[in-house]
Design a protein around this ligand. Structure first.
Ligand code: PMP
Length: 441
């Protein structure tokens, strides 16, 4: 069902061959390998603003934005200056340093219920630590997650739904022993009844529910009205914590992430206990965080009994990049991102409609994705029920025309503040032929 691609990329192909000898599958993160769409992944040698330049010297408008972090565009001058300045003062100290304080203050300032954050180096570390903290705080073991939500490659969260609601979760990867997922329950996203049933049966065992604040890892599937609020209400009724994973949505959907966007209505029953962040807050460098109230975070070492640590946590260069990026995430940025995204999505939808290609566009702030199916998507079963082969043809036609989309139908499309008229123009010009390719089964 994959497409070989039509444009030669000889320098990328040569690097791919060399990479395959020394790097498993030639990539350091699986989805980069183009398995879902076929063809040769482009080795990028340089990026500036909205543009990627590959090893063959071809330019692409970037709608991947490093899977979210590059919200200001690549090599933004302010971020570059901050990184340069920080790097000149040393790369890593293994001691506390001022940048950590500044970044933590910036994050805490943006999200009202947050009092403290602990800095880590990846989204995976953030969710892994959030789960440990929730278990430590509650003294309980069971974690509830939702099918189609991705929280990094944490053993306990690499779980797939077993048969039937609220059954034992099954490992979703080799190398994850069943014991590692036997305390994980996987439920359908946006299904309040399933959640209520599960808590009625096992409430006293449940440490936490972890959810993507708005799902972005099955394509964009926002919480249905009332879902977020129900999560809060039900967890609180049963003494379980709510972990809102904002690794993708944080500082992307609004200056405070999905929490800021959904606002009062979504969180009427109260704020999540623990938030996780990554991507944007690192500005393209390895920085991530988890946080909550001082009471909850006080359970962490060295104050409390829940151990968590990192040699490079709060790295002075990564935190400088993150801080400069967040400073650039001004209130004015978000309407601009939304307008750019809207222009692209509307044009994509019009082009696909003109060719009779079934599709539906879904949103979480400026984050959106195009599902190749007619009906709206509310959960993972819906998301999987789409024409991924059509996406592969569409993807490659766009790539040929100089637009780099995410190489999978299950991913959000990301725009940046650097996507200007020229970049958007390249996308709009590419869409009609790509829609035709999608239609040509
Ligand atoms: N949570 C969410 C919601 C994510 O989107 C991701 C990454 N796509 C992660 C966690 C894991 O982050 P990382 O890849 O930095 O480990």
């Amino acid at each position: 069902s994959t497409h070989p691609g039509t444009t030669d990329a000889p320098a990328s192909a040569a690097l791919l061959e060399r990479a395959a000898r020394v790097i498993p599958g030639a990539v350091n993160s699986p989805v980069r390998a183009f398995r879902a769409v076929g063809g040769t992944p482009r080795f990028i040698r340089e990026a500036k603003g909205p543009w990627l330049t590959d090893a063959d010297g071809r330019r692409y408008v970037d709608l991947l934005c490093s899977w979210g972090p590059m919200i200001l565009g690549h090599a933004h001058p302010d971020v570059l200056a901050a990184v340069d300045e920080a790097a000149r003062r040393g790369f890593s100290f293994g001691t506390p340093s001022e940048n950590e304080v500044l970044l933590a203050e910036e994050i805490v300032d943006r999200i009202e219920p947050l009092e403290q954050v602990r800095l880590v180096s990846s989204g995976t570390e953030a969710t892994m630590s959030a789960v440990r903290l929730a278990r430590g705080v509650t003294g309980r073991s069971v974690i509830v997650k939702f099918a189609g939500c991705y929280h990094g490659h944490v053993d306990a969260l690499l779980a797939a739904a077993g048969s039937g609601v609220a059954t034992l979760a099954l490992p979703d990867s080799a190398g994850v022993p069943t014991e590692m997922t036997s305390d994980t329950i996987v439920l359908p996203y946006n299904d309040i009844a399933a959640l209520e049933e599960t808590f009625a049966a096992r409430g006293p065992e449940i440490a936490a529910v972890i959810t993507e604040a708005a799902a972005g890892n099955m394509g964009v599937v926002p919480p249905a009205p009332g879902f977020t609020d129900a999560l809060r209400r039900i967890t609180r009724e049963h003494g379980a914590l709510l972990i809102s994973d904002e690794v993708m949505t944080g500082f992307r959907c609004s200056r405070a992430g999905w929490f800021g966007l959904e606002g009062e209505a979504g969180y009427a029953a109260g704020a999540p206990d623990i938030f996780t962040f990554g991507k944007v807050m690192g500005g393209g460098f390895p920085a991530a965080a988890f946080g909550g109230t001082a009471e909850v975070m006080g359970h962490l070492a060295p104050q409390g009994p829940v151990y968590q640590a990192g040699t490079l946590s709060g790295n002075p260069v990564a935190t400088a990049a993150g801080l400069a990026t967040l400073k650039g995430c001004t209130p004015e940025l978000y309407p601009r991102l939304e307008a750019t995204a809207r222009t692209i999505a509307d044009a994509a939808s019009a082009a696909l409609s003109a060719e009779g290609v079934a599709h539906t566009v879904q949103w979480a702030g400026s984050m959106f994705s195009v599902f190749f199916r007619e009906a709206p998507v509310t959960n993972y079963d819906d998301a999987r029920d789409q024409d991924t082969a059509a996406y592969g043809r569409f993807f490659h036609a766009m790539l040929d025309a100089g637009v780099h989309l995410p190489p999978s139908a299950f991913e959000a499309w990301f725009v940046s503040g650097a996507h200007d008229d020229e970049a958007v123009g390249v996308i709009l010009d590419a869409l009609p032929a790509a829609a035709k390719a999608a239609a040509s089964a």
